[in-house]
Design a protein around this ligand. Structure first.
Ligand SMILES: Cc1ncc(COP(=O)(O)O)c(C=O)c1O
Length: 466
């Protein structure tokens, strides 16, 4: 495939560019516009048909994984019913059909993030594997003793541990950019590290999964490249929520997971500039990634197949096409606008909850709808458990970001995170739930002398009436 075949794929698949007549028509009928006007998309997502403990499901854990629309479930079901076979192997009809789906999905991802060509898209099992692939395939080949790798304190463990393993193996040095009090990167740290002339690779998240901070990737990328380093970006929390254009951002590698963007689990994407991928070592060895194997040695295929050893997730790529269709129909700019409005609303309403500390930038322009918070007098796990009793799903813990939690001064926080199907009613439910948590645990209205706050309390630390 090349850019000509990418253009052909675009026509064939009817990709919807915002600038086309079809794009404009869909833009005008955009469901997110009506969503902003108070409608919701719940009917597209079967999971919302159920009740949780007799209550409406308020799903506020999309930063961990998103829910899936029927179209994604149907696409995978149809794949197994009509096209199931292994890819790139058989000459029979089903294998050709499976391969076409698999490769079409690759082209669609290339279009979705504006890669120059489909061969810049490597399928992986998830973002974690994608980042490990860069550490192995690029890091092991091109980094050596004394070279520096820059990460930041806000990284997910998936963008820390692979670099630590690499640094240990190759005797490299890890430098970490610290944070300002509003949860943004200390850019002066980055400038200082880059000025040493020893930095070979910078790996940063586009959006923090805890603070919601949106990092200025294009601007940082210019500095990284001026210093002669390679720029790896963790797009797990940006690709599902913002328009992401890898060429406009000029990143060298971008990793993300299908399951956070309405798609299935078990499928991830590594975008890499082709000339870099082409110089990289294989990651896993096995079937499909080879050109020729003899008992004396092996030659390898060109990217991306060089990095796709063994039977890949195939049905998942069918689901991924449907997920990208769904997101494209909503329009990534509308999704961003919707989430920005919800985030603004939530940041405002959360001020009503006593003893609640919200982390990350205080304004919705500089952040996404992943909102971590702490009730200063109640443990995050208790907060999540009581919310769950009312069908409200939030995540509690360190969110795979322990260095960040060291900085926050708290081993665990609660996190509410929004996506396309959330509405202001969900924010209202969260605030009401948090006030109830306080009533259960802290009984804000309990008199200071310790006497019961209500008939049921009886002075108990947990109010049985709540
Ligand atoms: C910022 C970030 N990076 C990496 C990951 C890892 O993604 P996965 O578990 O899908 O590989 C996550 C998942 O929560 C994330 O939020």
């Amino acid at each position: 495939m090349n850019s000509t075949s990418l253009a052909a794929d675009k026509r064939k698949l009817g990709a919807i560019g915002e600038g086309t007549a079809e794009g404009k028509r869909l833009h005008d009928r955009c469901p997110v516009k009506s969503l902003l006007a108070g409608a919701d998309l719940h009917t597209d997502f079967p999971i919302f048909e159920q009740k949780i403990r007799g209550r409406r499901l308020v799903y506020l854990d999309s930063a961990a994984t998103s829910q899936k629309p029927s179209s994604v479930l149907n696409a995978m079901d149809q794949y197994y019913k009509t096209a199931n076979a292994n890819v790139h192997r058989g000459l029979h009809a089903l294998s050709a059909r499976a391969t076409e789906i698999y490769e079409c999905a690759r082209s669609r991802v290339a279009l979705f993030i504006n890669a120059a060509r489909p061969e810049e898209i490597v399928w992986t099992r998830g973002a974690t594997e994608a980042l490990n692939l860069v550490a192995h395939g690029y890091g092991r080949a091109f980094l050596g003793a004394g070279d520096e790798i820059v990460i930041s304190r806000m990284e997910h463990h998936s963008n820390i541990v692979p670099w630590q393993l690499l640094a240990e193996e190759k005797d490299c040095v890890i430098r970490a950019v610290e944070l300002n009090s509003d949860g943004t990167l200390k850019r002066e740290d980055l400038d200082r590290f880059l000025s040493s002339g020893k930095v070979k690779l910078v790996a940063l998240t586009h959006v923090s999964n805890v603070l919601g901070t949106i990092n200025p990737i294009a601007e940082i990328g210019r500095k990284v490249h001026a210093a002669g380093a390679v720029f790896v970006v963790d797009g797990c929390q940006s690709v599902p929520h913002l328009p992401v254009d890898v060429r406009a951002l000029d990143v060298d590698f971008l990793a993300f997971s299908a399951h956070k963007m309405l798609g299935p689990t078990g499928l991830g994407v590594l975008y890499g500039k082709y000339d870099l991928l082409d110089r990289m070592l294989p990651f896993n060895g096995g079937g499909e990634m080879i050109e020729e194997v003899s008992l004396e040695g092996t030659t390898f295929k060109e990217p991306p197949l060089r990095f796709e050893a063994g039977t890949p997730p195939i049905a998942e790529t069918a689901g991924m096409i449907a997920a990208m269709d769904y997101l494209t129909r909503l329009g990534m700019d509308h999704i961003r606008a919707h989430e920005q409005e919800l985030t603004s609303y939530a940041l405002e309403r959360l001020k009503e909850v006593p003893n609640l500390k919200v982390f990350g930038p205080p304004d919705a322009e500089r952040r996404t709808g992943a909102i971590a918070f702490e009730m200063t007098d109640i443990h995050a796990h208790d907060v999540a458990q009581i919310l769950d009793m009312d069908g409200i799903a939030v995540l509690a813990g360190h969110h795979c970001a322990q260095p960040l939690h060291d900085w926050l001064g708290s081993p665990s926080t609660s996190r509410a995170s929004f996506y396309v199907y959330n509405t202001k009613a969900d924010v209202d439910a969260l605030v009401k739930g948090l006030l109830k948590v306080r009533k259960c645990f802290g009984c804000d209205d309990r008199p200071e002398d310790g006497s019961p706050c209500c008939d049921s309390c009886g002075g108990a630390s947990v109010c049985p009436d709540c």
